[in-house]
Design a protein around this ligand. Structure first.
Ligand code: DAH
Length: 346
């Protein structure tokens, strides 16, 4: 029997040295420490041993059981300790990338434009999207019968305000341009004024590759004593070169807006054909990027500014147009389909 105990002891010692996790430890317990386990089996066998050998066998078996139990307790404490200190995640795995959102390309371009203008000394101002007819048209020197006021071009807003009679409520529109903010800025401060005014604008227009019913503009206004057209041109050129690069080519051409006199439009060489003429530029080689001009004296008056004392220039950029030219996208509708394959590129 003593020989059997010796064999089991070396077996237990060997098993102990190979325990390296909780599963191994549990197998060890089932093999040696439970009621039907190998150590208890020998206690059973001891009953058949001669009486004078029993004390010594009992002693040896007890030593073996104590040894196995203490090893079991030792490992258990160690593994449970590890469990507490070791995080349950595998830190060696590569991390999972989360999807990070970013500004829409049109807003990225808007931010770039605002940065350039603020670096040039312009402040940023904003006005309401729902505008009254007075600011959107009248104070900008639109004559009462101007076609832009027409139902075809303008979204009229029914403002159901109990203080408003129905005649008045017809006077509210979704602003068709950011120019009304010029008048609000003039009313709110004294010259010198240097402001850019970004925002959303709305037109009751058919949607196609070139135009949307809802888009964005940045308006600019500069008012001081003796402001000249040369300053307007210099500002526009400085902006455009910063936006499109030193080598891009621009031209100014005479135009008409009720709120400026004289008025001009600024064109950039067509990005698609490089000036040779194509479908996008209607075979002219040029694409319009902004309207501009010297602020009409009537507009200064609407803003509470004396045109005898002050003069100024104004300009208006379509931000989607600037975005298309910058990115080479040739259909404005793509900007608002929210296809992540396109948006992820910016
Ligand atoms: N408001 C004009 C439009 O929506 C753009 C514009 C043209 C703005 C000339 C101006 C300007 O300030 O001077 O088409």
């Amino acid at each position: 029997m003593l020989e059997q105990i010796k064999i089991l002891k070396s077996e237990v010692e060997e098993q102990v040295s190979s325990i390296n996790d909780l599963v191994g430890l549990e197998n060890f317990r089932l093999e040696y420490l439970v009621k039907k386990g190998k150590i208890q089996n020998l206690f059973e066998l001891m009953k058949q041993a001669p009486a004078q050998e029993k004390p010594i066998i009992g002693k040896e078996l007890n030593v073996l059981r104590k040894f196995a139990e203490s090893k079991y307790d030792e490992f258990k404490a160690q593994f449970e300790d590890n469990r507490k200190t070791q995080p349950s995640i595998d830190l060696t795995l590569p991390g999972r990338l989360s999807n990070i959102g970013s500004a829409h390309p049109v807003y990225q371009v808007m931010d770039d434009m605002l940065t350039i203008f603020t670096e040039m000394g312009f402040a940023v101002a904003e006005g309401p999207d729902v505008e009254d007819g007075l600011h959107n048209f009248d104070s900008l020197n639109f004559p009462p019968d101007h076609p832009a006021r027409d139902m075809q071009d303008t979204f009229f807003v029914n403002v159901n305000n109990s203080n408003e009679n129905s005649e008045n409520s017809e006077n509210f529109v979704l602003r068709t341009h950011t120019s009304p903010v010029q008048v609000r800025v003039m009313k709110g401060m004294k010259p010198p004024i240097r402001s850019v005014m970004p925002g959303r604008v709305y037109r009751n227009e058919a949607i196609n590759a070139r135009s949307l019913a809802e888009f964005h503009q940045i308006e600019g206004l500069y008012i001081d004593k003796n402001v000249s057209f040369a300053e307007l041109k210099a500002t526009m050129m400085t902006f455009a070169k910063k936006m499109y690069g030193e080598n891009s080519k621009f031209r100014f051409r005479p135009s008409f807006f009720p709120f400026t006199e004289p008025s001009a439009e600024m064109d950039i060489t067509c990005f698609l054909c490089g000036g040779k003429g194509c479908r996008v530029c209607k075979y002219s080689g040029w694409l319009e990027i902004a309207g501009c001009g010297m602020v009409h004296p009537n507009v200064l008056r609407s803003g509470g500014i004396n045109p005898e004392e002050f003069s100024g220039y104004a300009f208006g950029f379509g931000i989607e147009r600037v975005t298309l030219l910058k990115t080479g996208i040739d259909d404005i509708r793509l900007l608002y389909e929210n296809d992540t394959r396109l948006l992820n590129q910016f």
